[in-house]
Design a protein around this ligand. Structure first.
Ligand SMILES: [Zn+2]
Ligand SMILES: [Zn+2]
Length: 769
């Protein structure tokens, strides 16, 4: 487009250009950047924020204009993301005499993407620790290249009066920086200093202010003494304690009623992490990314620095680097890794208002390190790991939200309400998907409220009025009920079809493929609970090609929390009444009386829905091996089964196909093989490895069978079970060796956090037709 400027007119003629830039161009230093460029090329005119992005007008000779436009396109500010530039060049001169930054223009029906929250930048960090700087040790230092964004924005366009900074009036030095186009803080909306900005305060668990000279120092001291301190951050509260102090971590665990679920760590720097985790270079760059996710890293076996209580039974630790100035200040004082777990009770959303936080966290935290900058939009920390050399999202939230994801389909505005567990929602416009932050499990009023508020916030921020609402087919999901209560058209999407669509969507594939969708549970079209599914499908439709044989879940949902119920169901299928003898001889200490009750309810089909879930099969095997009979967080039995698997084992168990359509995969001989191994005294690690091998062989054989039937050669792997990297690695390798093209998740979680985007794609396809 820049080239056309020069070709359209004689290079010496003066013309006026009107330029419209769309993308993430507000709150990221774009206007000062344009201002500087205009000065560099000596072009008069103006720049301003609009509801659609940034608008620029410049006058000058075509040669300078060309340079100006190409430089804006090629070297925008670090946080900017240009999606589109529109240049109009046949305009009459206005006779501008200087270049200026004008007030924002607001147009109806337009929108501009909001930037996510970004960790404090190098320049600000230098000032933070410079005793001569006026912001020395100031916990709210920021500039146009860093700081909070999404979490403080109430409305667009992004201006200070539409953020939670509106109540702080800038002092003269701050205002001067804010108004100086050449300053790093020009129009940095959260700009502040110790004189005019937010401040921190320390309270005890009764809400009484703690008097002290140096609040950060005092908080750090309390942590070092073994206390639990709630710290108000960017997207909510963390509960912090000394990660090397087993007693403190155990106390936090006890108070949070979170027996085994791993806690995340915050560590001062890369070198400090290397003391207790292995670190590949891709992991290092992900840790250092300004988005600052929690990264899953392999624990060093030779280090006992971190308390075992942080992640019991797990070979990985979730680690992040500090991202707010306050984090840096505290870590510099404590000089050791901290547990930084989100400040919520069990599965309620993260607390984000001060009185609410003290009320809800008062029984967990001993002290509260708070501040008076309001968090408008709560966001949990993002969790990711490296797979195949690239980041793979497990929970996509702070730092990534609300960055849009480009879809291979384009259409109208759609709201997709997601599932029940790890809920996210998704809104679309054109070919852009706005996937929400992690809302959590929609099983109580608090999470439902934050879901509803989140949907309204996204509609406002992106000026969306969706006329189509998508939902999961499960009639009891709160997200489904919410969707059905909305006005306009509704589109129901089968759970595993949504998983498949989500994987296709992030990979930009619209063709029909084989979808291997393994997860815990999703409502099937036949009313049973699906979860070990082989589909052939695209956005428009799918065919169920194969699935795990159905087994009963004794007691329904209870069988998810108590994997030994699934183990018993599988043993009954595999051994009939001899199951009791097997259980007895394996010395599995399950309550025999209850097992008899389970047998009865299974036989009479009372509260025992049928499931083809792969997640439940993993649970069953975990319980049979005595690894986990009851769980206290979702997926725990399967996670610990994966962690137990030994390396280098190549054996596997036989399985059968029942020649039906869809093909039924029967694993009774797998269960019998496992029991045989156990009886022979085979190590659990070997058995776990053989089981993983078997599942990957099932994937290969079924995919080959589907390829023969359909000629499809691309395989998409989706569903929460594929967070199991052992299974994922094994399956991807072997599928590739068998000539398949393999699609996996990276930008969108493979678990239920990704299905809202899949639902939206299915709806967009439907609307297209
Ligand atoms: Zn900065
Ligand atoms: Zn100030």
């Amino acid at each position: 487009m820049a080239g056309e400027v020069c070709e359209a007119v004689n290079c010496k003629d003066e013309i006026r250009l009107s330029i419209k830039v769309k993308g993430i161009v507000q709150g990221v230093g774009f206007r000062p950047f344009v201002y500087n460029m205009a000065h560099k090329y000596e072009l008069p005119g103006w720049v301003c924020n609009s509801s659609a992005g940034v608008e620029i007008e410049v006058e000058g000779n075509a040669h300078s204009l060309k340079g100006f436009v190409s430089e804006i396109t090629a070297n925008p500010p670090v946080l900017a993301r240009i999606e589109n530039i529109e240049v109009q060049d046949n305009l009459a001169l206005q006779g501008y005499t200087r270049f200026e930054i004008r007030k924002s223009i607001r147009e109806d029906g337009q929108f501009v993407p909001v930037s996510p929250d970004i960790s404090v930048c190098e320049d600000c960090l230098k000032e933070l620790f410079d005793p001569a700087d006026r912001r020395y040790l100031y916990p709210f230092i920021n500039c146009t290249n860093c700081g909070p964004r999404f979490t403080i924005i109430k409305d667009v366009p992004y201006d200070r009066d539409k953020t939670t900074m509106s109540e702080f009036t800038m002092c003269l030095p701050c205002k001067t920086e804010y108004e100086d186009p050449l300053n790093r803080r020009f129009h940095a909306q959260p700009n502040a200093c110790p004189k005019c900005g937010p401040e921190i305060s320390l309270f005890d668990c009764n809400g009484k202010r703690v008097d002290c000279q140096d609040i950060v120092n005092e908080a750090a001291h309390l942590i070092l003494q073994g206390f639990i301190v709630a710290i108000k951050g960017i997207g909510g509260y963390h509960l912090a304690c000394d990660a090397t102090n087993t007693e403190a971590v155990a106390r936090l665990r006890g108070r949070k009623y979170r027996e085994d679920k791993p806690f995340a760590l915050m560590v001062e720097g890369i070198e400090e992490i290397k003391a207790f985790c292995y670190l590949e270079k891709e992991e290092e760059s992900l840790l250092l990314d300004p988005k600052r996710p929690i990264v899953l890293l392999k624990k060093r076996e030779d280090s006992d620095l971190i308390s075992e209580e942080v992640a019991p039974g797990n070979r990985y630790l979730g680690v992040m680097l500090p991202y707010s100035p306050l984090h840096y200040l505290i870590l510099k004082e404590v000089k050791r890794p901290l547990v930084m777990t989100s400040g919520n009770i069990s599965d309620e959303p993260i607390a984000y208002h001060d009185p609410e936080a003290i009320l809800r966290l008062g029984r967990i935290a001993d002290y509260f390190l708070l501040h008076n900058r309001e968090i408008y939009q709560r966001t949990d920390d993002t969790v990711a790991r490296i797979f195949d050399g690239a980041p793979m999202m497990i929970r996509r939230s702070r730092g990534y939200v609300p960055l849009s994801i480009t879809l291979p389909l384009s259409g109208g505005e759609v709201l997709a309400c997601g599932g029940q567990l790890k809920n996210t929602f998704c809104l679309t416009r054109g070919n852009q998907a706005f996937l929400s932050h992690h809302i959590g499990d929609l099983d109580n009023l608090e999470t439902l409220r934050s879901f509803e508020e989140g949907v309204e916030d996204f509609k406002r921020l992106f000026h969306l009025r969706p006329k189509v609402t998508c939902y999961d087919l499960h009639p009891d999901y709160l997200s489904t009920r919410y969707a059905l209560a909305q006005e306009g058209e509704k589109v129901g999407v089968q759970h595993h079809h949504a998983h498949l669509a989500s994987c296709l969507g992030e990979n930009g594939v619209t063709d029909r493929v084989i979808g291997v969708i393994f997860d815990g549970s999703g409502y099937g079209e036949d009313g049973h609970i699906w979860g070990g599914e082989f589909l052939a499908g695209d956005f428009g439709s799918f065919e169920r090609m194969a699935h795990l044989e159905y087994v009963p879940m004794a007691g329904g949902e209870k069988a998810i929390k108590e994997p030994y119920r699934m183990a018993f169901a599988y043993l009954l299928e595999s051994f009939g009444d001899d199951a009791f003898g097997v259980i007895h001889s394996l010395d599995l200490r399950w309550d025999i009386e209850r097992l008899h009750i389970f047998k009865q309810i299974i036989e009479r089909r009372i509260n025992s829905p049928m499931t083809s879930s792969m997640g439940r099969l993993f649970d069953a095997v975990s319980a049979i091996l005595g690894i986990k009979e009851r769980i206290n967080y979702e997926g725990q039995a399967a996670v610990e089964l994966e962690m137990a698997a030994s390396h280098g084992e190549e054996g596997e168990y036989p399985f059968e196909f029942l020649n039906t359509l869809p093909l039924t995969i029967r694993v009774r001989s797998v269960i019998r093989g496992i029991i045989g191994d156990l009886m022979a005294g085979t190590e659990k690690g070997i058995i776990s490895a053989r089981f993983h091998n078997t599942i990957s062989t099932i994937i290969i054989e079924v995919c080959r069978w589907i390829r023969e039937k359909t000629a499809l050669n691309t395989v998409a792997l989706s569903g929460g079970v594929f967070q199991n990297v052992r299974l994922l690695n094994l399956s991807v390798d072997r599928l590739k060796k068998n000539g398949f093209l393999v699609l996996t998740h990276h930008d969108v979680p493979s678990n239920d956090g990704g299905i809202s985007m899949g639902q939206a794609l299915v709806a967009l396809k439907k609307l297209e037709e």
